[in-house]
Ligand binder design. Structure first.
Ligand code: FES
Length: 153
């Protein structure tokens, strides 16, 4: 809870910055723990129901822990035409999880997203902060291995 209080203090306990507080909490814990929401409510006086509304409205927040590396597979039109469904299938097979789930080792989460804004590179994925274009099904196991080994810098 100490870390949560540091985050709340960083934003001067100002209720106008609860979204920013929750972004920091999400980054710190890879989810928004219920105890953290209760602490934000206590300190900012923003009702708990309002915080839950925010957390469930924005896709970047999660009430359950996300993986260290979030994989986003673009399933927008351009990527779909260039084989995104096969890429997505490959990730679900390799990781043994479905969209919206996290691997049991906490390393990867998988999401399907609509257009990452770089359609000329289709099919496009992101893993953490890195973007990959012209991805082939055969690239999927190699990319995952790279992250598992920590060679992703
Ligand atoms: S549709 Fe995939 S980047 Fe635009």
């Amino acid at each position: 809870m100490e870390k949560v209080n540091q985050i709340i203090q960083k934003w001067n306990t100002d209720p106008d910055f609860v979204i920013e507080m929750m972004q920091d909490i999400q980054d710190e814990f890879r989810c928004i723990p219920r105890e953290a929401l209760e602490e934000v409510t206590l300190k900012t006086k923003v009702p708990l129901a309002r915080l839950y509304h925010i957390v469930t409205f924005y896709k970047s927040f999660s009430l359950t822990p996300r993986g260290k590396y979030e994989i986003q597979v673009c399933i927008g039109t351009a990527c779909h035409v260039k084989g995104a469904p096969l890429i997505l299938d490959s990730f679900t097979r390799e990781l043994a999880i479905q969209i919206g789930e996290t691997t049991s080792d906490g390393l990867f989460s998988l999401e399907g997203v609509r257009c990452l804004g770089c359609c000329s590179l289709a099919p496009v994925i992101t893993i953490g902060d890195n973007l990959y274009g012209d991805v082939k099904v055969a690239d999927v196991p190699k990319l995952l291995a790279k992250y598992k080994e920590g060679n992703n810098e």
